[in-house]
Design a protein around this ligand. Structure first.
Ligand code: SAH
Length: 248
């Protein structure tokens, strides 16, 4: 069944407006009587019937709430240093399929790409669109949020003090602690954030900053993975160890 996400709360009768209405009527060519799946802002999902159209709206009637369990029991944020080219598009798509909740694109010392604020906003919109598409395709009931581009330093300083957040930096030079060990020590946590570097890796200053903020440095194993592989592997590992990737 076709799926839409609404920035609203599900109720008996729903009126869809704006681009969602346009998408349903013009792009998806939905007709009165069609059944669609509607996911709301709170992660609730229902089967609805299209009961009518006007020029700019689509009216829906709620038929039955659906007990979907496509959201992970843990909330995961990927803090990704901007990689070259369009690699963040691939990372966003795959991370969405893997069930993560938030992507923070960050600028670090070894990032090669440079965006001015207009370009950064356009990129954020594009990544959000990719996350939305991927979320629809894989049956998510809540879409991940792509946050504005910011600096790694700023994000780390703002979030390191969050005691309820299990936060680690995947560091290519880490030889002591593996990600497995880190996750096993944090099974009581409900929120995770994983930081991944750009192609050039982290600078010594960044590794030092993370250490001084008390952020765990973890290894993904003995091979050096490309940034996109590291991001996808790390998301998979967290979902497998703590989340819902092992099957239910
Ligand atoms: N140019 C660097 C590698 C960067 S890999 C070098 O040659 O050392 C890009 C990012 O992927 C890294 O910053 C890190 O976040 C992650 N990564 C890749 N392999 C990793 C590993 N074995 N352990 C931990 N993180 C890794």
């Amino acid at each position: 069944m076709r799926r839409i996400f609404i920035k609203d709360v599900l109720q008996e009768h729903i009126i869809i407006t704006g681009s969602d209405a346009h998408h349903l009527g013009r792009v998806m060519r939905a007709k009165a009587g069609d059944h669609i799946v509607v996911a709301d802002d709170m992660g609730k999902v229902a089967e609805c019937e299209i009961t009518g159209f006007t020029e700019n709206t689509v009216e829906l009637k709620l038929l039955q709430e659906l007990e979907e369990r496509t959201e992970s029991p843990v909330e995961i944020t990927l803090v990704q240093c901007l990689p070259k080219g369009d690699k963040l598009e691939l990372i966003t798509q795959k991370a969405t399929e893997l069930g993560i909740n938030s992507i923070v694109p960050v600028i670090s010392a070894n990032c090669v790409v440079k965006y001015d604020s207009k370009k950064a906003k356009a990129k954020q919109d594009k990544w959000q669109k990719i996350a939305n598409e991927a979320g629809k395709q894989c049956g998510r009931s809540q879409l991940p949020e792509v946050q504005p581009v910011q600096t790694l330093k700023q994000w780390l300083e703002n979030n390191a003090g969050d005691a309820a957040l299990a936060l680690c930096m995947c560091y290519e030079n880490e030889e002591q602690q593996g990600i497995k060990e880190f996750l096993k020590a944090n099974t009581d946590k409900k929120r995770f954030a994983i930081v991944i570097g750009p192609e050039g890796g982290f600078s010594l200053e960044e590794a030092e900053l993370a250490r001084s903020l008390g952020i765990a440095s973890v290894s993904l194993g003995t091979r050096i993975l490309r940034a996109e592989t590291a991001a996808i592997a790390a998301m998979t590992i967290v979902q497998y160890e703590i989340g819902d990737l092992g099957g239910r």
